[in-house]
Design a protein around this ligand. Structure first.
Ligand SMILES: C[S@@+](CC[C@H](N)C(=O)[O-])C[C@H]1O[C@@H](n2cnc3c(N)ncnc32)[C@H](O)[C@@H]1O
Length: 281
């Protein structure tokens, strides 16, 4: 590890010892690449290099990250405005501006948020930031193991699944490439949710991207420990199974209840779709 990386680790973990045995700073990591695209500083040289390779393969990676983050915030605003006061954020990532608890907290200061991610740097960073907050937890777990997630103290002791929850699967299902597995994982979470719960889903999907660009972007991620899969809109639609999409349904991310006018270019370069679905009784 070079001096720059040592400084990085000091910045990330402060005086707390980093979870060194689990952290591979020499390998690019999706959470830290996404942080880099969003302009954050919780990333290492390997992440930055892979992120730049991702941008070369897929020119609008940064715009995608920003559009995705903005969608997450609009969707949580929608749910919180409709009385949802508890959230489970699957694949929550490295904390950045406009986190779920901050957005939901504008409506209800007692809103509860259980963050879940399998990336140790994201988890350590979040635990440090969230340390003093009540009603907000960060759990290190793999979302593909719903039983482990749902029984983790940070989830089981915080959320009341007999009442509606906001189930957030935002930009995380590309990391569950197998369609049957993705559907089964979501079905397990859906099975513990009370009627009135909502699923927030976003997923990369070609709009302006050519098949060659998609293949090149997948190839960059195949070099990381967490390959991704781009899905066609009909495959994303399948992931909404059991939930009734609220207006406007599954649409390119910028078109989901936008706050302001959206240009055609903004829609196309986002290369992702999003939807919010309600679990009916
Ligand atoms: C592109 S980021 C999205 C972060 C956040 N949800 C957002 O939309 O702003 C994807 C996140 O999912 C996490 N992730 C990927 N696969 C996962 C898994 N199997 N279990 C838990 N987290 C996972 C990554 O570590 C990363 O933090």
């Amino acid at each position: 590890m070079n001096q720059h990386e040592n400084r990085d680790e000091e910045t990330l973990f402060g005086s707390a010892p980093p979870p060194r045995e689990e952290v591979r700073t020499d390998l690019p990591n999706a959470a830290r690449m996404y942080d880099y695209y969003l302009g954050g500083s919780t990333n290492f040289a390997a992440d930055r290099e892979a992120a730049e390779a991702g941008s070369a393969a897929m020119p609008h990676a940064r715009e995608y990250a920003r559009a995705n983050r903005a969608f997450l915030q609009r969707a949580v605003t929608f749910l919180a405005g409709n009385g949802i006061d508890q959230f489970i954020d699957l694949g929550s990532g490295i904390p950045t501006v406009g986190n779920v608890h901050e957005v939901a907290g504008q409506f209800n200061q007692r809103a509860r948020v259980a963050y879940v991610d399998h990336e140790p740097v994201a988890v350590a960073h979040a635990q440090r930031l969230l340390n003093d907050l009540s009603g907000v937890t960060m759990t290190l777990a793999d979302i593909r193991d719903p039983e482990a997630v749902l029984s983790a103290p940070g989830v089981a002791e915080l959320l009341d699944f007999s009442r509606p929850v906001g189930l957030l699967a935002v930009a995380v299902l590309p990391f569950v490439p197998d369609q049957d597995e993705a559907r089964e994982v979501l079905a397990t979470y859906r099975g513990v949710c009370a009627p009135g719960s909502h699923l927030v889903l976003s997923h990369i999907s070609a709009l302006s991207a050519t098949p060659q660009q998609v293949a090149a972007a997948e190839e960059v991620m195949a070099r990381t420990p967490t390959p991704v899969r781009w899905r066609a809109p009909h495959e994303i639609e399948e992931l909404l199974e059991g939930f009734s999409p609220v207006d406007p349904g599954l649409v390119p991310l910028p078109l989901w209840r936008p706050d302001s006018t959206v240009t055609e270019d903004e829609v196309n370069i986002a290369n992702a779709y999003g939807a919010v679905g309600r679990l009916d009784g």
